[in-house]
Design a protein around this ligand. Sequence first.
Ligand code: GRF
Length: 258
Amino acid sequence: MSPDLSGDQSQHVVAFPIFHPRWLRLGRAVPFVVSPSILLFFPGPFCYPDRVNNAFRLGVLGSGKGSNFAAIADAIAAGKVPAQIAIVLSDMETAGILAGARERKLAAQFVPPGKFRTKLDEDAERAFVSALQSAQVDLVVLAGFMRVLKGDFLRAFEGRIINIHPSLLPSFPGLDAWKQALDHGVKVTGCTVHFVDAGVDAGPIIGQQTVPVLDNDTPETLHQRIHAAEHRLYPECVAAIARGEISVQGRRVVRKMS
Ligand code: GRF
């Protein structure tokens, strides 16, 4: 991971991590732990269960314009993230994220969210989980998805859902985090990529990037700079996970020692 992709005054403080034991079941780890010479003697399914010729598969969920999705898709296209976007899902039929996915010729689907405003109802939850499972995603990437995920969804992808939040968590969870930061008077804020658990913006932190709060900032100008920082941080975090560089130790996400 490069120490700083930003080139601006923001400080890059990515704490990289992670390798989740569930991914062992996908056989993704095998090529990394078996020497190439052994692979010559044991080709095919023995060493490469079912995934080796495919990239790490992402399912991206969003409700809005999808600029983080676009940043990840661009980073993949540029060869910076060893992954592919298997499916993009939205709870909003007209969301920009769906249009962006279709422009890139990616599978994109609107899934009706059901009767609640801030969460999915049971049918919707089943529909999302089933679409992600059918697309065989390894990692669920929330990119501005405006509904809290619960029970069965979390269980179906335990330890394999990540989110980006526009503040330095645990400060300012919830809505309009940039405005909360500005109103509170902090001098530094930023963005956080974290695993999703049953709490709100509460799971183990994968990476963070700081953004200074300027004296003449408005909520809009601060939000804009945080957004730009997100577009650097999120692809880096996804890449680290896809490369199997990460392990989770309690609340701490640490980079796997090689
Ligand atoms: C981002 O600010 C992200 O932090 C928050 O939702 C916003 C999504 O923006 N979770 P976009 O749709 O990716 O442009």
